[in-house]
Design a protein around this ligand. Structure first.
Ligand code: ZN
Length: 68
């Protein structure tokens, strides 16, 4: 048995998914991504492997932010 991040199911049944702008690592083996709304740079670098990140869309549960 090996631990995998993919094993973690974070999609609760009752969380509707929304198209969300994300940055994805250009290295497909890395798989790192972040929400654009949480990145404050226009050309981010992957925090794990330092590759360039590319814009994409993902279906994600809405994040409720308490900021503001
Ligand atoms: Zn990466």
């Amino acid at each position: 048995m090996s631990h995998s991040r993919l094993d973690r199911k974070y999609q609760a049944k009752e969380s509707p998914l929304y198209e969300t702008d994300v940055w994805e690592c250009s290295d497909i083996k890395c798989g790192c991504w972040m929400r654009k709304s949480m990145a404050f740079v226009t050309e981010p670098r992957c925090p794990l492997c330092k590759s360039e990140m590319v814009g994409n869309m993902r279906m994600l549960p809405k994040v409720i932010t308490t900021a503001n």
